[in-house]
Structure formats: C-alpha cells, structure tokens
Design a protein around this ligand. Structure first.
Ligand SMILES: [Fe+2]
Ligand SMILES: [Fe+2]
Length: 184
C-alpha cells in the first residue's frame, strides 16, 4: 500500500464519522454513497474515485464543523483538488476542483436544480459566488472535465440519504483504498 493510501485510510478512520451540519449524514457515508452512484452511473474508476473524494477538502481543513454555518467558505474544492493533484491524474483531481463551479453552472442552466439542493448547499452557494452568468456557463462547460464535474455534482446532491444502509466503516474504507490503489 502506498504512503498516500495509508494517509487516506488514517484520514477517513479518524474523521469519516464527522457529520455535515444540516445534512444528517457523515463524511464517510456521503463519500461512499457518492462513489456508489458514480459506479452505478457507469463512471470510469478515476471518476468514481473523484466522486468518493470530492469533499476530502473538508476533512483536510482545520476548521471545525460546517464553516458555511458561520459564513465562511473553506474553499474545500481547492484544498481537496490540489491535494489529489499531487498523486492522481487530472481525471481525478479536476472534477473535484470543479464540483462547486458545477453547482453554480447547474443553478443557472436548470431552473429546478436550486429547489432540489440541501439547506447547506443553498447556504454555501452564495458564499461560493452564486449562480453563474450565461457567459460564465458557456465558458465553464467548454473546459476539459466540466462534464465530469457536472456528473459528479449530480451524484453529490443525491448522496445525502441518511437512511441508506452502508457497509461497516472498515469495509467502506477498504473499498475506497482499493480504488485509490487502482487509480495511482
Ligand atoms: Fe463539496
Ligand atoms: Fe459533497
């Protein structure tokens, strides 16, 4: 197992049980659900891994709780995406870096999208820059990996079911580590 994979195991072992304020789900459950949705959606292993790890920036952050509740944007997509860029290809890191931009894109492009967002996602949207302009949307969707980021965002929004059964913590982490090893 690589040093990075060991660090990943430690991070989710230590902080995977933390809950997102207002979401009713732990970091690990959200990551696992997002990864399963990506897999069911036919995503490549690298995009599945991006789905699993899209919020790793929250775990790497020193901030307590959910920073948006006190008006702070922790820029977790940059923290997480840049961390992953040191180990994986852009197929993993870019959708992570772009998953907040994808939300801002979807809010403008699909008027019903905002209604389906969770309370925390709506709260953070304004801190993250709000809806994109039409011009920003055109520029965004032309970027490499933008469509992967939009797919990831759709899975992200669905991966917040507090009642869904999931494997034991150790098994979920093992599944993540296998995928991470495969993608290095
Ligand atoms: Fe996120
Ligand atoms: Fe998320």
């Amino acid at each position: 197992m690589s040093l990075f994979t060991c660090a990943l195991a430690d991070l989710y072992q230590e902080k995977g049980d933390l809950f997102y304020d207002g979401e009713g789900i732990s970091q690990l459950a959200h990551a696992w659900q997002c990864g399963q949705l990506a897999k069911a959606g036919g995503a490549s292993p690298k995009l599945q891994l991006a789905a699993w790890l899209h919020d790793i920036g929250h775990l790497l952050s020193k901030k307590e709780g959910t920073p948006t509740t006190y008006g702070h944007d922790d820029r977790h997509e940059h923290v997480g995406g840049n961390y992953l860029l040191s180990v994986f290809s852009e197929e993993v890191s870019q959708p992570v870096l772009m998953h907040v931009l994808a939300k801002r894109y979807l809010v403008t492009t699909y008027p019903d999208y905002r209604k389906a967002l969770s309370a925390d996602s709506i709260r953070s949207l304004e801190l993250q820059g709000g809806a994109m302009s039409e011009n920003e949307c055109s520029q965004f969707i032309a970027l490499p990996f933008a469509k992967d980021a939009v797919s990831l965002r759709r899975w992200d929004d669905l991966a917040k079911n507090p009642d869904l059964n999931m494997p034991a913590k150790a098994d979920a982490i093992a599944e993540l580590l296998n995928l991470a090893e495969e993608c290095q």
